[in-house]
Design a protein around this ligand. Structure first.
Ligand code: TNX
Length: 562
């Protein structure tokens, strides 16, 4: 059992530092939890005896360059407080300060609260932003409400020094199987930011729908964003498949995407767009069959699983996809552009004389090498445009493109193999990060999912740096992310149910150093964090295991809540 250290400093003439084991010293620990239940837990907290009250008289100042962070704080507090904090140039009771001399790890910050006020200091605006998120979590959960309270809020005295363990703290969301509106995306981004997560992987194209407007190829959305109907129930549950007869459609215009990207930037979240290739291409090929591999006419897929529809590896298709990436790059400033690469069934390549002869001309031994050639074309194109390709771990098969980043989903193995040969990796092992899996083994009470079982504890236990890596290879692990594949998540509410509270657990995996993690301590803080999620209007899955004293033994069908 790892020890979890909380430093408690009493502001007296003498300073006492108690080292508290959250398991052993329950009474003292629980006092701390009442006032401090920040998720993810800061790296170092020293609790002070004094406190500060935020009220109508409290002023706010911000260094030049922190206008966005200042506005974020005032905008967040205003609805609940019923007034905006008055601003002063310098020396506010709440002071947001940029200080280039701190020498904290990347995105780190210092947060000091005492009877005189609140001071958040960091080298970067991102650091200040994370300090603000911590400050919000030192306040009552009601700060996230939009009901005017004319608040007088006590902030507990603390000295916090904090910084993230990983630079990639991600969530993926599949909006292709089931489209989600702009308002939901923004709500989700805001909730991510509250957990100090900074990378949103937006899965925009699939067999079952193309969700991003591309001006040069309008049929991608006029045809590719609409499917006639959707499979009812689980893919594997019945011999005769039934469909709902209801068209499912939706896409984001470029204007909407720009708006979401700008919104995310204000929350210090980078959006990594994903355009799937060469597989998961059926919706695109329904619109433009000429870029397929066997001349087949398609319609946008109405069921789940992996379609055999695959882009052809011919020059004209490569140009088509590069045109699409040009528009994608114009919309997304992200250094990383995701091109999928997963689950590409090669049957139509194998069976095509034309593609076999192309392989011979290119000196490629098999269709894995053909996929590798395909991905390398995209990698060099992205690199010429000063971006980096990222793809699912299948991009290792047949030889990985220079400079490509691997997203390791089938387990840790892909990530280990890639890091060993010097490639950067993002860990996304389905065993610990697939939030489309069941949250409980009592499956009858849960909404239908794709399968699997991923309880909160298993998410919390994840260590994105595999033991097999040598110390000098650790730097290649950029971080990790969880996946929300939406075959069985038709609504935003349903996504929230699958995401929370597992996202809260993941945020701590990604932020807090591994040796400081402690499941029981997290569970205690989570019991208060649930109030925050509720005030934010998030339809989280109520947790019956943690904290142990909660849960009245009543078993309700959780799926009825959706
Ligand atoms: C595998 S993970 C997929 C997705 C599915 C998911 C369901 C990956 C790269 N591909 O297309 O939605 O499993 O869990």
């Amino acid at each position: 059992m790892r020890k979890h250290l909380i430093y408690i400093k009493c502001l007296t003439t003498m300073t006492f530092v108690f080292v508290v084991n959250a398991f052993a010293a329950a009474p003292l620990a629980s006092k701390v939890y009442k006032s401090i239940s920040v998720i993810p837990l800061p790296q170092e907290i020293i609790k002070l005896a004094s406190e500060f009250e935020i009220n109508r008289g409290t002023t706010l100042s911000a260094s030049p360059g922190l206008e966005n962070e200042r506005d974020f704080l005032t905008r967040t507090l205003q609805p609940a407080m019923g007034f905006s904090l008055p601003q002063v140039k310098t020396g506010g009771n709440i002071a947001l300060v940029l200080d280039k001399s701190l020498k904290l790890p990347e995105s780190g910050y210092l947060l000091n609260v005492d009877h005189q006020g609140v001071r958040i200091t960091a080298e970067t605006s991102a650091g200040v932003f994370y300090g603000i998120q911590t400050l919000l979590q030192l306040l009552p959960a009601e700060v996230y409400a939009s009901v005017k309270q004319d608040a007088k809020w006590k902030v507990p005295g603390v000295n916090i020094k904090d910084y993230p363990r990983f630079q990639w703290r991600g969530m993926h969301l599949d909006v292709a199987r089931h489209f989600k509106p702009v308002a939901f995306i923004k709500k989700f981004l805001k909730a991510m930011a509250a957990h100090k997560m900074n990378s949103f992987h937006w899965h925009l194209t699939e067999d079952q729908g193309w969700r991003i407007e591309i001006k040069k190829y309008p049929k991608l959305t006029s045809i590719g964003s609409v499917r006639k109907e959707t499979l009812i129930g689980h893919l594997l549950s019945k011999k005769t498949k039934e469909f709902d007869g209801i068209p499912h459609k939706g896409f984001y215009t470029q204007e909407e995407i720009k708006d979401i990207v700008a919104y995310a930037q204000r929350l210090h979240i980078n959006i990594v767009p994903e355009i799937e290739m060469p597989g998961h291409a059926q919706a695109a090929l329904a619109a433009y069959p000429e870029y397929g591999s066997n001349g087949q006419k398609y319609s946008v897929w109405t069921q789940w699983g992996v379609s055999k529809a695959i882009f052809s590896p011919e020059e004209k298709t490569i140009s088509f996809l590069k045109d699409i990436l040009v528009e994608v790059m114009a919309l997304f400033p992200s250094k990383y552009i995701h091109v999928g690469g997963d689950e590409a069934k090669k049957d139509h390549w194998e069976n095509s004389e034309r593609i076999q002869s192309l392989a011979r001309d290119r000196g490629l031994a098999n269709m894995h090498e053909m996929q590798s050639w395909f991905v390398s074309e995209m990698a060099s194109f992205l690199q010429e445009n000063n971006r980096r390709l990222i793809g699912w771990d299948e991009i290792l098969e047949g030889g990985i493109a220079d400079n490509a980043v691997v997203m390791s989903w089938r387990g840790d193995e892909g990530g280990i193999a890639a890091a060993k040969i010097g490639h950067d990796v993002v860990m996304a092992a389905h065993t610990n990060t697939y939030f489309d899996y069941y949250q409980s083994q009592d499956k009858d009470r849960e909404p239908l999912t794709i399968g699997g079982f991923l309880p909160l504890e298993k998410v919390y236990a994840y260590n994105p740096v595999p033991k097999q890596l040598k110390k000098e290879q650790h730097k290649h692990v950029l971080g990790a992310q969880a996946q929300l594949w939406s075959e069985y998540m038709p609504t935003g509410k349903h996504v929230e149910y699958m995401a929370f509270p597992r996202l809260s657990a993941l945020s701590e995996v990604l932020w807090l150093n591994d040796e400081k993690k402690n499941l029981d301590d997290f569970a205690n803080r989570l019991s208060y964090h649930f109030h925050r999620l509720a005030v934010m209007g998030i339809s989280f899955r109520p947790d019956e295991t943690y904290p142990k004293e909660q849960g009245n033994g009543q078993k309700v069908a959780l799926k009825e809540k959706l």
